[in-house]
Design a protein around this ligand. Sequence first.
Ligand code: GLP
Length: 259
Amino acid sequence: MKVLIFDTAERAAECVAQQVIAQVQGKADSVLGLATGGTMLPIYELLVSANKNKQVSFSQASSFNLDEYVGLNPDHPCSYHKFMRDIFFSKTDFDVARAHLPHGNTGDPEAESEDYENLVLGAGGIDLQLLGIGENGHIGFNEPTSSFRSLTRIKTLTKSTIDANRRFFEAPAEPPKYAITMGIETILRGKMIAVLATGKNKSGAVATMVEGAMGAYCPATALQLHRHTTVVLDQAAASELKMRDYYFQVHPDGKDALV
Ligand code: GLP
């Protein structure tokens, strides 16, 4: 794993946005693996600006999002479909016909999961996968004890995940209890992976992901198996890493072209 530590969350997000921009500039029809969550918001803002400034065009790119809540239709204000439309797709030249998310509101979520897995495979695989991390070490919605060989499927969300995501739902609405998520194996098939984690609340999960023993209890530790994963952090998220000085020595101030 390449670990890049920046002094601020803004600079960490810029680093990941730059990686996406470089990927699409180098290959216009890149297949992007996209993520949701608060941590991702500054990345999408930067991508929208870069698109407005004509620095990058997404018109030939395609995308697959990691996950969607079961039971929410694409127009539900808290669905990940709407999140992606509002903050990214509708503000750029992204062709929405090539933007994919699992459908959480189908009558048969199991068949939808299998179809989604096949759709990702059929697209030739993901060139660059963006990831955030949950406080309990989940990636996508792969909760603790998810198999490292898992494919897209339905997962029951933990109380910690439901509590963490409650802020996106207006009370008394409760976050759904289930989600369709790419599996850990689906994620590991991505050619390159960029994980962004910022803030003190992520420092424990980050330390386990990078330096902990690999195990299903912290799904993000599976990324230790991936050859081209870059973990991009601010100081707060990096604060529990034992080898922080070493990472800083290898990539001072996150200096690395990342490509
Ligand atoms: C959700 C998403 C994950 C995301 C995580 C952290 O559970 N399914 O993809 O990484 O939240 O979100 P945040 O960035 O808001 O902390």
